[in-house]
Design a protein around this ligand. Structure first.
Ligand SMILES: Cc1ncc(COP(=O)(O)O)c(C=O)c1O
Length: 473
């Protein structure tokens, strides 16, 4: 447990050696880093004010301030608007944990794609929203509600999708579901019932989609992706009447579906009487450019758009929404009814209040800044240690693709990195058609702090060099 110092000044034992050759600033930084890494200063613990620590140590306040700033930049500390400095929550997970006997153990650095910063889940806001849900819940909400979801949440989601994603939808065509995963499964079952036989998936793409398509009794066909996203001419050459795609930030390449491709895709859908299932994954976090509007807004009668809080809040919430064309919405809601009679009502009301209150938007703004800083840490670290690697897919989200020189043994690099407790994901696992001669690493950086990102890359730097033999590395 972190100590909550309410009104009192926290005391921390730090020693500076004025006889040593290291500057006082370097010593103070080193002492704080060690105290945090060893667990002596716990995650979330409040540090003394710079004035207090400066006076305790007999150094200038400016020196303490610059030390706090430096450690905040490295991800050890966080500073709040009120001027309080705390140990960053993320340090706990990425640096050192303790065993039962108290020995420090290196838990490794996992560059896991698709995982948001779980330490930054807005727990206080969520607790507030749960309280609000309990306050506003009616008898009806406690009983079996509508399987399509709470009418309040559906209205809020329809308005949110219009405001933020330029979607075009009424609340009656919104169905609340348990993650994108359930949303796509329900939609596929309905398509199957309505006569579909073949569904196209992106290649490379989200690894489990092919399985979902097959489990719904449909045939999956892979369609390649290039720098503009799904290649529509290739889609045209298949017999698919539906396609599942990630237009906002393709998983895993990170490319955005280009405007020309969007138009081609809409033409394909008209010619084929086709359905596009838009996985609106990652759309919340776009950095240097304006967010790209949803495909759904261009063709609401042909797009089933699925949004989820798995990236914006956390996958454990299992809350998502389907925006469906009117001709499919009732059938999807019925599938949801047969599947589980509806998602948990109090959680739905809590999400509605989070969105209505503006706390959700505020959280996204905070996270956009946090991910932008992590993204800088990754690009700088790779630029420093492996400048020859081309890094793509960084416009949005929290993963990037580093293309390895042709002929590099992707799997061998991943194995060698794991021996150094750095866990990587290769492009190969996303390829639907299997072996390919374009090796790459998909670096997820959402759930790592900047310090861990930089040290992880430094630890595997020599494995990323051109033509290195990583066999015994
Ligand atoms: C591209 C993509 N879409 C959807 C999902 C699953 O999302 P959810 O947690 O909402 O079911 C994943 C999970 O890894 C994913 O990578």
């Amino acid at each position: 447990m972190a100590v909550e110092w309410s009104g009192l000044t926290p005391e921390i034992m730090l020693q500076l050696d004025r006889g040593s050759r290291g500057t006082l600033g370097a010593q103070l930084q080193g002492a704080l880093r060690t105290a945090i890494r060893s667990g002596r200063l716990r995650a979330d613990e409040r540090l003394p004010s710079s004035r207090k620590l400066a006076s305790d140590l007999g150094v200038s306040r400016g020196l303490v301030q610059s030390t706090y700033e430096q450690l905040a930049a490295e991800g050890y500390l966080t500073a709040t608007a009120g001027g309080t400095t705390r140990v960053a929550p993320a340090v706990r997970q990425s640096a050192i944990e303790r065993t039962a006997v108290g020995l420090p153990v290196d838990v490794g650095i996992a560059f896991t794609p698709g995982r948001p910063d779980l330490n930054s889940f807005p727990m206080r806001d969520w607790l507030w929203a749960c309280g609000e849900a309990a306050r506003i819940a009616s008898r009806r909400d406690i009983g079996y509600g509508e399987a399509a979801g709470s009418s309040r949440l559906r209205e809020v989601l329809a308005a949110y999708a219009q405001r933020v994603r330029a979607a075009s939808i009424g609340s009656r065509d919104v169905i609340v579901c348990s993650g994108f995963t359930q949303g796509v499964a329900l939609t596929l079952r309905v398509l199957r019932e309505q006569g579909a036989e073949t569904v196209a998936v992106e290649d490379p793409g989200h690894g489990e989609l092919t399985m979902h398509v097959r489990r719904a009794g449909l045939q999956a066909v892979p369609v390649p992706v290039d720098a503009d996203g799904l290649i529509v001419d290739e889609l045209r050459s298949t017999s698919a009447t539906a396609v599942i795609l990630t237009p906002a930030h393709q998983t895993p390449t990170g490319v955005v579906l280009g405007p020309g491709r969007r138009q081609e895709l809409l033409r394909w859908a008209d010619e084929r009487d086709g359905i596009m299932i838009e996985d609106d994954y990652d759309s919340e976090f776009r950095y240097d450019r304006q967010p790209v509007g949803a495909l759904q807004g261009l063709a609401p009668d042909r797009v089933v758009m699925i949004g989820s809080v798995s990236k914006s809040l956390g996958p454990g919430l299992r809350l998502a929404w389907i925006l469906a064309p009117s001709r499919l919405a009732a059938a999807i809601a019925e599938e949801k009814h047969h599947s589980d009679l509806g998602s948990p009502s109090l959680d739905q009301l809590a999400l509605a209040r989070l969105l209505e209150s503006g706390r959700y938007d505020a959280h996204l703004r905070r996270m956009r800044r946090a991910y932008a800083a992590k993204r800088v840490a990754l690009t700088e670290a790779l630029q420093q240690h492996a400048p020859h690697l081309r890094l793509t897919g960084l416009d949005a989200g929290f993963h990037a693709v580093a293309e390895l020189p042709p002929g590099t043994d992707e799997a061998a690099i991943i194995r060698a990195a794991a021996r150094r407790s750095v866990h990587l994901h290769g492009m190969q696992r996303y390829r639907v058609l299997g072996a390919d001669d374009r090796p790459a690493i998909v670096f997820g950086f959402g759930d790592l702090n900047e310090h861990a990102i930089r040290s992880g890359i430094a630890r595997i730097a020599n494995l990323l060099q051109p033509a290195v033999d990583v066999g015994d590395a």
